[in-house]
Write a protein of this length. Structure first.
Length: 135
């Protein structure tokens, strides 16, 4: 029998400058350093662990040259939160997020300053389609 997984603990993200990246992630996604894990970031090769307030989204920022092959980090939200994120990202990003209708879901695509790709996805398709049509 396969052992159970309890979720994704964290995702490694390579950035050119951890300090600048930390500021961007705090301002754009509300992710801040996890105090209990701060000692790892004292090592220049160690990660700076950042998370949302519930620690349900946790990234490990490593100061390294970005990798050529990258995975997109997709974050799930409700229809109401999707609209709020769209407005927030349009205000905070130099390039507005790309809105994509996947017929079963809606997504916003954007990248951090180091080119790491992100997606915010909502599966409440009908509700969000109606909200997008009226607003």
């Amino acid at each position: 029998m396969m052992p159970a997984l309890s979720g994704i603990d964290h995702i490694h993200v390579f950035v050119a400058d951890r300090s600048q990246a930390q500021a961007w992630y705090a301002d754009t996604l509300g992710l801040t350093p996890v105090a209990a894990l701060a000692s790892w970031s004292k090592d220049p090769k160690g990660p700076l662990i950042i998370a949302d307030t519930s620690r349900s989204v946790c990234l490990s920022l490593f100061e390294r040259q970005p990798e050529r092959c990258r995975s997109t980090i997709a974050l799930g939200v409700t229809a109401g939160a999707f609209l709020q994120w769209r407005t927030h990202l349009q205000r905070h990003l130099e390039t507005p997020p790309k809105l994509v209708d996947h017929q079963l879901s809606w997504s916003l695509y954007f990248s951090d300053p180091d080119g790491n790709p992100f997606e915010i996805t909502c599966y409440d398709y009908a509700t969000l389609a109606a909200d997008l049509a009226t607003g």
